[in-house]
Write a protein that binds this ligand. Structure first.
Ligand SMILES: Cc1cc2nc3c(=O)[nH]c(=O)nc-3n(C[C@H](O)[C@H](O)[C@H](O)COP(=O)(O)OP(=O)(O)OC[C@H]3O[C@@H](n4cnc5c(N)ncnc54)[C@H](O)[C@@H]3O)c2cc1C
Length: 517
């Protein structure tokens, strides 16, 4: 049985590794010369940076990402370290207290600065705890978990179709406090009016702001953990690639799949950019939804409703503009020693999102983040030096200029703003690497780079993993998941399990049974 995997990001690599370990004949095709997609760690002049990934959920013990690494027997190759982020707003900061002061320290802090919303904060955190319990229970099997889930969901059922704006208006009157919880929507370029309200607590997990917040407290279900990956995400890429090779799979780089041939609604073969035609029984494709279904397949092979609702109408993020620096000092002294800080320069998140949707690049004035991976991974920079990444959200094709002509000037503007918070970046600069949305497009083979993939939306949903074509599965950041490092991996794990189930292999004990090729 020939399995073709398209793309060597974490979704494609995970799918290929799981399939190869299960004894299938797997060939993974990557258009770029290097594997890893946006998780291929970059190296220059002795410094290492990721393409932008920072902190990830679900890699902690017994969590979804951890389980996949365990299945693949590569847990001991990946070192993780608990992570947190700090957020700075124009006139207040969310920084973890020197002495740990309980699960709800942020709530108490906000009550001090927004006393008018004290009751609203209590309301929000009741919803917060229910939503996190529901998220945890929905990953559990068994009748008790299902009953608990219903019990938790009933009181908030009336809010299930609320937008983020409705949730914010229900809880808070102060727009600055609303901005605290909706600021992250700027990353998704999703207006609070279109983003599902009940996802707000998930993307504002309290332990993301303080790694000392326990995962288990009170009568609540266990929460997801947040980690940095030591040495960068390329470590996961390499470990997965080794599994594929160890189990006899092929990884073919510098080769794009340009066509998937379908007959009688079933995949038959793929064609590469070199003109090679390769027989395929199953194709597991990552990458862009539009690129896969419109270009590689062709809409004439798919139901109109599927194309209209899930492909043409897919709601994805925009891109990022990024400056990587190698510096010969420790810039984290200016950000409370934190590796990761988000700096918001506006409370009007909605206006910022609308500007980006209209393809206007804000040149850093709305906000940026500074990430110093060498804080937790000293080997990412020469001794005594640091690797620093400064970046912000940016439209793919800005109305007010173009990336190639403006990148140097926009890098300086971004660093001007970054240095207002973290002085000395350019004075101590040893090396620099600028990445524009154009670079991301080339890396990902997308016409429209979407750094966060498909975004949860009240009215739009991305294509599901199981496509209408027999033998074709869709994984990765633009498939029916929220994206993210572990999201990409779990989408692949899900698909592999579905393929097993389809072949009559249900249940974990049969999971690693080897099939005839
Ligand atoms: C700047 C940035 C910051 C991020 N921050 C975080 C974070 O902090 N936490 C988190 O959890 N997630 C983060 N993410 C998201 C996460 O990194 C991605 O969702 C995930 O890694 C996507 O994996 P993927 O396999 O779907 O796609 P990709 O990594 O994009 O891989 C797809 C691969 O497929 C190849 N390909 C596509 N089409 C073809 C074709 N036709 N033929 C051959 N090859 C093809 C591409 O070249 C590419 O290598 C971030 C992403 C970015 C870009």
């Amino acid at each position: 049985m020939n399995i073709i995997v398209i793309g060597s990001g974490l979704s494609g690599l995970t799918a290929a590794a799981l399939m190869a370990k299960n004894g299938y004949s797997v060939s993974l095709f990557e258009q770029h010369e290097k594997i890893g997609g946006v998780t291929a760690t970059i190296e220059k002049d002795g410094y290492r940076w990721d393409w932008g990934q920072m902190i990830v959920p679900d890699l902690g013990e017994e969590e979804s990402g951890w389980k996949i690494l365990k299945e693949l027997e590569i847990l001991d190759e990946i070192e993780i370290v608990k992570g947190y982020r700090e957020n700075f707003y124009p006139d207040f900061e969310i920084r973890k207290p020197p002495e740990y002061s309980g699960v709800y320290w942020r709530k108490n802090y906000f009550k001090e600065i927004f006393p008018e919303d004290s009751k609203g904060l209590d309301k929000y955190y009741k919803i917060y705890d229910k939503i996190h319990d529901i998220a945890s229970l929905s990953n559990k099997s068994g009748i008790l978990a299902k009953l608990k889930l219903i019990f938790k969901f009933l009181p908030i059922m009336g809010k299930k179709n609320w937008s983020a704006k409705e949730l914010m208006d229900y809880c808070f009157s102060n727009e600055k406090l609303q901005a605290v919880y909706t600021a992250i929507l700027a990353d998704y370029v999703a207006s609070p009016e279109e983003f599902p309200g009940l996802i707000i607590p998930i993307i504002n997990a309290e332990n993301q702001y303080d790694e000392r917040v326990p995962l288990q407290y009170g009568n609540h279900e266990k929460r997801s953990s947040w980690h940095f990956v030591k040495g960068g995400y390329g470590e996961i890429v390499n470990a997965l690639a080794n599994v594929i090779r160890d189990y006899g799979g092929n990884i073919i780089t510098k080769t794009a799949i340009q066509n998937i041939h379908v007959e009688d609604n079933k995949v038959k073969s793929v064609k590469t950019n070199k003109g090679e035609i390769i027989k395929a029984d199953i194709v597991i494709a990552s990458g862009g939804a539009r690129e896969l279904f419109l270009d590689l397949i062709g809409q004439e092979f798919l139901p109109e409703e599927f194309i209209e609702n899930h492909v043409k109408n897919i709601f994805t993020t925009e891109s990022v503009f990024m400056v990587h620096l190698g510096v010969d000092y420790d810039p984290s002294v200016h950000q409370n020693n934190a590796a990761l800080c988000y700096y918001y320069f506006t409370y009007d998140i909605d206006a910022s999102i609308k500007e980006c949707q209209e393809k206007i690049y804000h040149e850093g004035k709305d906000g940026l983040l500074i990430y110093i991976p060498s804080k937790h991974s000293p080997k990412m920079a020469p001794e005594g030096h640091h690797a620093v990444t400064v970046y912000t959200i940016a439209p793919n094709d800005p109305k007010n200029g173009n990336w190639e002509d403006n990148k140097e000037e926009w890098a300086e503007k971004l660093l001007d703003l970054a240095e207002e918070r973290v002085p000395g970046l350019r004075e101590h600069e040893q090396t620099r690497l600028i990445l524009t949305p154009q670079d991301f497009k080339k890396r990902t083979y997308l016409k429209h780079h979407a750094f966060g993939g498909a975004v949860p939306h009240l009215k739009k949903s991305p294509p599901p993993h199981k496509t209408p074509i027999d033998g074709l599965w869709f994984v990765g950041a633009q498939s029916a998941v929220f994206g993210g490092v572990v999201g990409a991996m779990t989408s692949a794990d899900y698909v592999v399990k579905q393929i097993h189930a389809k072949r009559g292999l249900k249940g974990t004990e049969k999971k690693f049974q080897t099939f005839s090729k």
